[in-house]
Design a protein around this ligand. Structure first.
Ligand SMILES: Cc1cc2nc3c(=O)[nH]c(=O)nc-3n(C[C@H](O)[C@H](O)[C@H](O)COP(=O)(O)OP(=O)(O)OC[C@H]3O[C@@H](n4cnc5c(N)ncnc54)[C@H](O)[C@@H]3O)c2cc1C
Length: 517
């Protein structure tokens, strides 16, 4: 059963075993697992329920960002350095993700284990990875799904002596529409909307969409005991006057890396460690454009059938950064977004836009280590403070050099930097410009689709917010199942890791429910 805000004409009171805040990779995975165990599960999602069957995915960026993106595509960090990209709909960010599906690598699992986290080793996660990959049809794309930029990427990597490798993809019956980012109109992209959400409903879970949780309630012992929420009028985005109160034995916070810490702070839950909202990481994306003498049509077919993890881990010599610390992939943008992010104004911009089909692009996710912070402003809205700096800035600059190398190696006659100055390079000999180019404080816009870290997991309640069983150190029966708990970034796109960790959370919650009787 999925109840939508538009069909709500009264306030509700519910009593369930488990109430889950958020329906993304974290929330939907936990819901599916616990419903299958026979527990009564209620999922609450503040965004709307949009489906391909109803024709909601019309492939127009303006409409679709308003429907599925948390900030309608316009939310930035306080200093305008980051474009915050996140989901706000049933299925969460997975409805607008690219469906690249990397497992958290063993080396990163080992690093996390070394911080004192238990139960999340590569070996322990492997059965979950296998199940997730099966359920999401994760596979390598066949050659027919490689667009021109994907093919150029492989050619460029070969020329430069880098190894390229196919990116695991979660798709089934892809129609090659190229509108993954806008939400798949063919139900081919294996988002939570078409996988774990229906599986959870099938197993007996209920879902209320357009339902925003305002508060997590606690009993006299300080244990989580439920939530309070308001229903949202989708057209205005405001509360429609009807409320929801839920009493639950377990509360699962899975509102995503941009929102869970904010929910916690708004609910004024204990924060003895002072770590709630701290340690905010986001894998800032660097990207460059290449202008070619041939058609690329960045918007066709699937985004990143290929890529390279050759530079995933940063290398150091005598403690000095040398290179790496990012994934490198072909980029995909639909024409309107491409036009929007090309630099320049007036005639300069028009001239570039007239050449849109001939523009190629590559993109990197920086494995960031130096965190920012999420806090609340005086209205109770989340603010995102983040400044790229130190080794993360070096990684970003190195990734830009590698991107320019690849674009020139594949025949780009110019490389265009999406910075305020509209910097252009005419040969690979000019890549030294990236050593000094102003790229912070809004001079260059980093995409930020992978928020993490703000309710981090750890053994010590003095330095972390949740324990290895995903339960809050200071609030019994409150579990967190999203990347807010990651003590460090997975070093790859995170969706599969979020799901695998959420399997662990579901197992721990099931054990708790059985012990509660
Ligand atoms: C454009 C884009 C491309 C991406 N591409 C990839 C990719 O190719 N591969 C990959 O692995 N990852 C990718 N990612 C990242 C991946 O999609 C996310 O990390 C993942 O889906 C996050 O899942 P989650 O459950 O943590 O959070 P979310 O998916 O954000 O789900 C949280 C949900 O909670 C809801 N919520 C928030 N606050 C409240 C509240 N108070 N009350 C009720 N509900 C609330 C939100 O509306 C949201 O739907 C991409 C992300 C974006 C934005």
């Amino acid at each position: 059963m999925i109840l939508e805000g538009n069909n709500v004409d009264r306030s509700y009171k519910e009593q369930v075993d488990v109430v889950i805040i958020g329906s993304g990779c974290g929330g939907a995975t936990v819901a599916k697992q616990l419903a299958a165990e026979g527990h009564s599960v209620l999922i609450l999602e503040q965004g709307g329920y949009f489906t391909a069957q109803r024709g909601d995915f019309d492939q127009r960026s303006d409409n679709m960002l308003a429907r599925i993106d948390g900030g309608r595509g316009m939310h930035t960090s306080v200093n305008n350095e980051l474009a915050l990209m996140y989901g706000n709909c049933v299925g969460g960010a997975s409805v607008h993700y690219w469906a690249d599906c990397w497992r958290m690598p063993k080396d990163r699992c080992d690093e996390i284990a070394a911080t004192g986290v238990t139960g999340h080793s590569y070996e322990e996660l492997t059965p979950y990875f296998e199940q997730i990959e099966k359920d999401h049809n994760v596979h390598f794309a066949a050659p027919e799904y490689y667009n021109t930029m994907n093919r150029l990427f492989n050619e460029g990597a070969e020329t430069l002596g880098w190894h390229a490798e196919p990116t695991p993809q979660a798709r089934r019956g892809c129609a090659k529409s190229g509108h993954c980012y806008q939400g798949c109109a063919y139900n081919a992209k294996q988002s939570q909307l078409v996988t774990s959400v229906p599986a959870a409903i099938e197993a007996g879970a209920r879902l209320m969409a357009d339902c925003q949780v305002e508060s997590i309630t606690r009993n006299a012992k300080g244990e989580a005991s439920g939530i309070e929420a308001v229903f949202i009028d989708r057209a205005s985005g405001r509360a429609n006057g009807h409320r929801l109160q839920v009493q639950a034995r377990i509360v699962v916070l899975a509102a995503g890396g941009y929102s869970s810490a904010a929910v916690w702070l708004r609910a004024k839950l204990p924060n003895g460690s002072g770590q709630v909202g701290k340690n905010f990481l986001c894998n800032p994306n660097t990207f460059l454009y290449g202008l070619y003498d041939r058609e690329i049509k960045l918007w066709e077919n699937i985004p990143a059938a290929t890529g390279t993890s050759q530079y995933r881990l940063a290398t150091y010599k005598n403690d000095e950064y040398v290179e790496g610390g990012y994934l490198l992939h072909p980029n995909q943008l639909q024409p309107e977004f491409l036009a929007l992010t090309l630099p320049g104004f007036g005639e300069d911009h028009r001239e570039l836009v007239s050449q849109l089909p001939n523009i190629g692009s590559v993109v990197s996710w920086i494995d960031d280590e130096l965190p920012g912070e999420i806090c609340l402003n005086s209205n109770g809205d989340a603010e995102y403070h983040y400044q790229l700096r130190g080794v993360d800035e070096l990684k970003a600059r190195d990734s830009l050099k590698k991107q320019a190398q690849l674009l020139f190696a594949t025949g780009a006659k110019e490389v265009i930097v999406p910075d305020i100055a509209g910097t252009r390079l005419h040969s690979v000999d000019e890549i030294g410009v990236f050593d000094e180019l102003p790229i912070t404080n809004g001079n260059y816009l980093f995409g930020a689709p992978h928020p993490a870290g703000t309710l981090r997991m750890g053994a010590d309640p003095a330095t972390s917010v949740v324990a290895s069983n995903h339960e809050a150190h200071e609030v019994a029966n409150l579990f967190v199942a999203d990347p807010s708990v990651f003590p460090m970034q997975p070093s790859v796109d995170p969706s599969i890791s979020i799901m695998a960790w959420s399997y662990v959370a579901a197992k721990e919650i099931n054990t708790r429910l059985l012990s509660l009787g």
